[in-house]
Design a protein around this ligand. Structure first.
Ligand code: ATP
Ligand code: MG
Length: 255
């Protein structure tokens, strides 16, 4: 489904954030992506969404370059990204109902049909109708995160990229969110790329994980590259999904 081929990226044209990355994601997989802060995980997301142009290498979605999909205006229907800070993902001056209804402009979908999908999504996500008339600041972080996922799903994407979506949530809400994502995956035949620093979460949630590792020869401070740090190692490893173990067991174990 997704093929990243010999991908390198540099913001300043001098130092690469990463070099020669190769990996593929098959339809139906849940693939984890991890690596130290600042190694380029979010940058990789923006490249997949064709928001940045690779310095070298290419990204293919269903055998076509992502920039071809973008040119045709179809990339948003194929790939959606949900990020960590859902507070900033919605217009603070608009109600959530308004923000969700804006999907109608992108998808050329009838308002009635969109409304039905929103209602179905609210039910599945354990959100309530009255929340639609609230502004983002009037919801909890976990509720807002579910709204961000719901909005992404209303685009009916095939690949959903989740960039640290559970890191701000307390362990119980995090566990519920993972459970919800598992349900949604089965319901809508989704494929996930899940970015997280939480190796335990990746181990339980993902079929396998990719590590965007840094080989460095300088200090690593505040997630920024210090002088002389080079990012050159990229390794893949498989983490076996622990059969039958549920995330709430992990929470019990941890706390
Ligand atoms: N717009 C930008 N302009 C210049 N440099 C940037 C820009 N965005 C990110 N960077 C730098 O690129 C590197 C990779 O950043 P990125 O946000 O992709 O890392 P990350 O792996 O997602 O980190 P984290 O785990 O902290 O979210 C960092 O050194 C960062 O400072
Ligand atoms: Mg990031």
């Amino acid at each position: 489904m997704l093929k990243v081929s010999e991908l390198s990226y540099s913001y300043d044209g001098k130092m690469n954030v990463f070099e020669n990355i190769d990996f593929t994601i098959q339809k139906g997989e849940i693939v984890g992506l991890t690596g130290p802060s600042g190694c380029g995980k979010s940058t990789l997301c923006h490249l997949i969404l064709a928001l940045l142009r690779p310095s070298s290498g290419r990204i293919f979605f269903q055998n076509r370059d992502v920039f071809e999909w973008k040119k045709e205006g179809k990339l948003q229907e194929k790939i959606q990204l949900v990020m960590q800070n859902s507070e900033t993902a919605f217009d603070p001056n608009r109600t959530l109902g308004y923000s969700l209804s804006e999907i109608g402009r992108f998808r050329k979908i009838e308002m009635k049909s969109l409304q039905e999908k929103i209602n179905q999504g609210l039910r599945i996500s354990h959100l309530t109708q009255d929340m639609l008339s609230r502004r983002p600041e009037e919801l909890s972080g976990g509720q807002l995160q579910r709204f961000a996922i719901l909005r992404a799903l209303l685009m009916e994407p095939e690949l959903l990229i989740l960039d640290e979506v559970t890191s701000m949530l307390d362990p119980l809400v995090q566990a519920r969110m993972i459970h919800l994502l598992q349900e949604l995956k089965a319901l809508f035949d989704l494929t996930y790329l899940v970015i997280s620093h939480d190796l335990l979460l990746l181990k339980h949630f993902c079929n396998r994980s990719i590590s965007l590792e840094s080989a460095k020869d300088g200090a690593f401070e505040d997630g920024k590259r210090g002088g002389g740090i080079r990012f050159e190692a990229f390794s893949c490893y498989e983490t076996k999904k622990a059969e039958g173990r549920r995330l709430h067991e992990r929470i019990r174990w941890r706390y």
